[in-house]
Write a protein that binds this ligand. Structure first.
Ligand code: NDP
Ligand code: 2IT
Length: 445
């Protein structure tokens, strides 16, 4: 078996300039190498070498015609990373900054995350460098139709099941579903996050944010604390952030920030139910700026910055990767923050995570803390196979149990002799074991 350094050198040489992907691989393998060294049964099989090589990557042209009768060309992707434990599963991201490196990091993380849910789902991610901001629905529909015209060859309910991510919500999933059905003549569960009226699961829109808060509450419990009465900073203002705020309010916490690509708002009075409804109306569909919130509710908008300098007990990054760096971590720690749980994928830089650990702060990595979204996607797949739908209570109850179980797995593999729970280590090892066992059982494929 190669040393960690030799392994990483080879991955770097094979994937030059893929910074996000390399960052994720480094973070995961630094947890896994010591574990594999202690467990000889995982050593001969080149598992990490195989897990860092996607089973398949599809890159395709997405041509379409905009409202000014101009032709636009976007690039579409699907990274099918690992199918050891189930059909490929993972979201689609539509954003101008989408690259192969970003989607490879997300597909790699997804493999471990999906394993942690306990449901039979492999890892994948896809998307396009298309940005819907400022575009009419008719353009978004035409783009989605062109994207699906190619993607439909590679997906299916037993093959690969995409869902939403940044820039892809219920509207986009609806258009994508309609085009797949038309092309294939099949009404099936090839996408999750579908509308309630066409076999989507209840609670799927809420699931990532709700699951994050359930997970954070479990983390706090290990220190005999709870969310009630705590001050929380949240970044982002999209799907994950919105339902994170909703559940925080239900648990009696006070949320004082939200952000978007333009900056953040600080509302020391707290973002209550009505203000949250304003944010939902502002961001969903037309995708306005949170600057409007600051004007409407007479509070501060800080342009071009993240909310981590605001004093809080708990920080929940819910926007995007690398939005919380080492400086931010130092500020959070100095201001008395005691718990950071990631709603976004890889929002914290590696140096920030190391600082949290050094300072004995609870840190919940995305692959564990935000797994509620894909978990309810998995439950949507189950319901579609059954041709049946469960009630809100039933799905929410299953979601809670899954988040609790993921927390237990993190404790099982991450608790050190000094009692500190290293959730990053626990999630990486806990996610790895099931995929590794399945890969070994299935031979060299
Ligand atoms: P949305 O598109 O609904 O919202 C994204 C939010 O993040 C928006 O407020 C957006 O601002 C902001 N944002 C995006 N890029 C940047 C940036 N570079 N700097 C600052 N803000 C930015 O996406 P989601 O809420 O679905 O996704 C948020 C995060 O959660 C992502 O990391 C995603 O991978 C992760 N995630 C999502 C899941 C899901 O089920 N949707 C499941 C698990 C994780 P603006 O409005 O200005 O674009
Ligand atoms: O990052 C994620 O877990 C998601 N965007 C959700 C994926 C899914 O298939 O529901």
């Amino acid at each position: 078996m190669d040393s960690l350094q030799t392994f990483l050198d080879k991955v770097r040489a094979k994937n030059p300039n893929e910074n996000e992907f390399l960052q994720a691989v480094e973070a995961v393998s630094s947890s896994l190498f010591p574990f594999i060294e202690q467990h000889p049964k995982y050593q001969r099989h080149k598992l990490l070498e195989r897990m860092t090589e996607p089973e398949r990557v599809v890159i395709f042209r997405v041509p379409w015609v905009n409202s000014k009768d101009e032709i636009e060309i976007n690039r579409g992707y699907r990274v099918q990373m690992n199918s050891a434990i189930g059909p490929y599963k993972g979201g689609l991201r539509f954003r101008s900054s989408v690259t192969l490196s970003v989607l490879k990091f997300l597909a790699f993380e997804q493999t471990f995350k999906n394993s942690l849910t306990g449901l039979p789902m492999g890892g994948a991610k896809g998307g396009s460098d298309f940005d819907s901001k400022g575009r009419p629905d008719s353009e978004i529909m035409r783009f989605c139709q062109s994207f699906m015209t190619e993607l439909c060859r590679y997906i299916g309910p037993d093959r690969d099941v995409p869902a939403g991510d940044i820039g892809v919500g219920g509207r986009e999933i609806g258009y994508l579903f309609g085009q797949y059905k038309r092309l294939k003549g099949e009404f099936n569960g090839m996408l999750t996050g579908k509308g309630e009226s066409f076999s989507g699961s209840l609670i799927r829109p809420e699931a990532t944010g709700y699951g994050l808060v359930y997970f954070a509450e479990e983390m706090l419990k290990t220190r005999k604390e709870k969310l009630q009465g705590k001050t929380v900073t949240v970044s982002g203002s999209g799907n994950v952030a919105q339902y994170t705020v909703e559940k925080c309010l239900e648990y009696g916490a006070k949320v004082v920030t939200l952000s978007d690509s333009g900056g953040f708002v600080y509302d020391p009075k707290g973002i209550g139910k009505e203000k949250l409804q304003y944010i939902m109306n502002l961001k969903n569909g037309l995708r306005g700026s949170v600057r409007e919130y600051a004007k409407k509710f007479d509070c501060d908008f800080v342009e071009g910055e993240h909310p981590w300098k605001i004093k809080c007990d708990i920080a929940l990054p819910c926007a995007t990767e690398n939005e919380l760096n080492a400086e931010d971590a130092k500020t959070l720690i100095a201001n008395g923050c005691r718990c950071v749980a990631e709603g976004a994928n890889m929002p914290s830089a590696s140096e920030a995570i190391a600082l949290f650990k050094e300072s004995d702060i609870l840190f919940g990595p995305g692959k564990a803390a935000n797994a509620g979204g894909v978990a309810v996607s998995g439950l949507e797949m189950s319901q579609n196979s059954l041709r049946y739908s469960w009630s809100r209570e039933e799905v929410d109850d299953r979601l809670k149990k899954i988040m609790k179980n993921i927390h237990e797995i993190c404790v099982q593999y991450g608790k050190g002799e000094n009692g500190y729970i290293d959730y990053k280590k626990g999630a990486n090892i806990g996610g790895f074991v099931k995929v590794a066992d399945a890969m070994i059982a299935q031979g060299i494929v």
